[in-house]
Ligand binder design. Structure first.
Ligand SMILES: Nc1ncnc2c1ncn2[C@@H]1O[C@H](COP(=O)(O)OP(=O)(O)OP(=O)(O)O)[C@@H](O)[C@H]1O
Ligand SMILES: [Mg+2]
Length: 337
């Protein structure tokens, strides 16, 4: 019984996980022999195991375009530009069997407009476990890399970490939050992984997804949205090309944000710059309604309206955009219900 148990694990290890180091020929042939001998016996059990334990396999990782599209349409409010780019970008990448480089998305915009939220939706559409997947990794510069003096340590740790994780599963996702607060040296250290390399030290990074989140360029996005509003044009008419030029200019010229010191941009390592628009009163109402639905409360438009009206909006004279976007809406509900 014990022996069976052991073999079971050995085979599952072989089936499930890739080894981080090169396997020697002798141990390989032993392993292959053991695996072959047990395959018949265990064939029936293997699916059961994959059913319970997350693996780097299609049972756990497979892109669902319909789900992503439905989520973007029904859960994300006021972000028609971002929504379109993300669906196209992720779909194009995930349906390509042989991508030339990893997918690199850079999400920009004012606070509380849905950047982390969308990253979660993307994770949900690729990984069965969504953000809880062990193949999804989130870095926050101020949390994980707080001390500038430690930068050399952080650099090698980060590189090891990325390499280890991609070796373990080529379909890994890395989310870098607060990218604008990240040390330029750290960003430089991940650059090779984003580039068009077939392999680096025997590891291919071309199926990984990198998502950078920042507020950089938020001001220029707001300016464009405000211009549209002042001209009496519909927000939904806004297209990427209306935002693109001023976004990239403001990102380039922002000396404060680390990302832009580096050659990420001029080397074209970022595949898509995704602008997030500032949210208006009506979007905040939608956020409040969906927060109620999440709590399995009866949607109450009166309460939603009250929550939205009590927020602060800018610019001072026009009061169009929510200062905190949809952030804190959820916790505000406690107060109003
Ligand atoms: N456009 C949106 N549509 C639906 N819900 C949203 C949207 N924007 C924000 N929310 C809600 O507000 C919460 C906070 O948003 P999120 O954390 O994604 O903001 P952010 O853009 O990452 O802000 P920051 O720049 O401050 O990190 C989300 O969890 C979500 O519930
Ligand atoms: Mg965020």
């Amino acid at each position: 019984m014990k022996l069976r148990h052991y073999h079971h694990h050995l085979l599952l290890l072989l089936l499930c996980c890739s080894f981080t180091e090169t396997i020697e020929p002798i141990s390989t042939s032993i392993a292959v022999g053991v695996a072959a001998a047990l395959t018949g016996f265990l064939a029936r059990y293997q699916n059961i195991f994959h059913y319970f334990q997350e693996c780097c396999r299609p049972e756990w990782i497979s892109f669902n375009k319909t789900a992503l599209q439905a989520d973007l349409e029904s859960k994300l409010f006021g972000q028609h530009v971002a929504s379109r780019i993300i669906l196209k970008a992720v779909n194009g990448f995930m349906t390509n069997d042989n991508p030339k480089k990893p997918l690199v998305l850079s999400l920009h915009g004012w606070t509380g407009t849905g950047k982390n939220f969308v990253s979660g939706l993307i994770a949900d559409s690729v990984y069965k476990e969504g953000m809880d997947s062990r193949f999804v990794h989130v870095f926050t510069s101020e949390l994980h890399f707080p001390h500038a003096s430690q930068i050399d340590n952080y650099k090698s740790q980060l590189q090891q970490w990325i390499k280890g994780n991609v070796t373990n599963c080529e379909r890994s996702m890395f989310i870098f939050d607060e990218m604008d607060k990240m040390h330029p040296g750290l960003i430089d250290s991940i650059k090779p992984y984003l580039d068009y390399y077939d392999k680096l030290d025997g590891v291919s990074y071309r199926k990984a997804i990198f998502i950078f989140l920042s507020n950089a360029g938020g001001d220029s996005i707001i300016q464009t949205a405000l211009d549209f509003w002042k001209e009496g044009r519909n927000r939904e008419e806004m297209e990427l090309k209306d935002l693109e030029t001023s976004l990239s200019l403001s990102v380039f010229n922002n000396k404060k944000s680390g990302l832009w010191h580096t050659s990420l941009i001029d080397k074209n390592l970022v595949d898509f710059f995704v602008p997030f628009l500032p949210l208006e009163y009506c979007h905040v109402v939608q956020c409040a309604l969906s927060a109620m639905a999440d709590r399995e409360l009866e949607p109450d438009l009166k309460v939603a309206d009250q929550v939205a009206r009590d927020l602060v909006y800018f610019p001072k004279s026009e009061r169009i955009f929510s200062v905190k976007g949809c952030k804190t809406i959820d916790s505000k509900l406690d107060y109003y219900t």
